[in-house]
Ligand binder design. Sequence first.
Ligand code: S3P
Length: 188
Amino acid sequence: MHPARHLVLVGPMGAGKTSIGRCLARHFGLAFADSDHEVERRTGAPIPTIFDCEGEGGFRAREREILAALVAGPDAVIATGGGAVLAPANRRGLSEAGFVVYLQADVASQLQRLARDRVRPLLATGDREATLRRLAAERAPLYAEVADLCFDTDTLFPPQAAAQLARLLDAQWTRATPTHTDLQESPA
Ligand code: S3P
């Protein structure tokens, strides 16, 4: 059993981090936070506009700030953006405070699931398949580095993936919120 306060989902675009994360939050009775939505909410602008105005660097700085705040915040299921693992500080923060699940999806599944997507700046221009292959080569080792559990989503719809994952998590993850006894045992 691995104790951790948060359940963190990492993985590439189209792996299902948001939809699976919502189902898992319901299952575990936890709040759900999506770092992309938080960045948009706190910035007051959609991600494509942030990329247009501030470049990818500006988005990554905002993403780092939000992830640090989410990790420091109340226990939650946290869905991260596909590039969250690029920054060493994010990798450290997420693995220190969370049980990290790497949701895997191959490029064929990603292409299918993201076929109608028009909001991901990294897929807005050029050859989508080549981009997804390049990102996978760069990032797969980083997802694996932080992962406590790897889970292949290729053949599953999000509710099925969440149900299977919940069973695996019931056996592998314990919530690490301080208990009443822990608090009593703390020095005054
Ligand atoms: C990105 C993935 C997106 C979002 C941004 C950049 C990436 O999140 O953070 O467009 O670098 O892979 P999803 O993984 O939720 O699509």
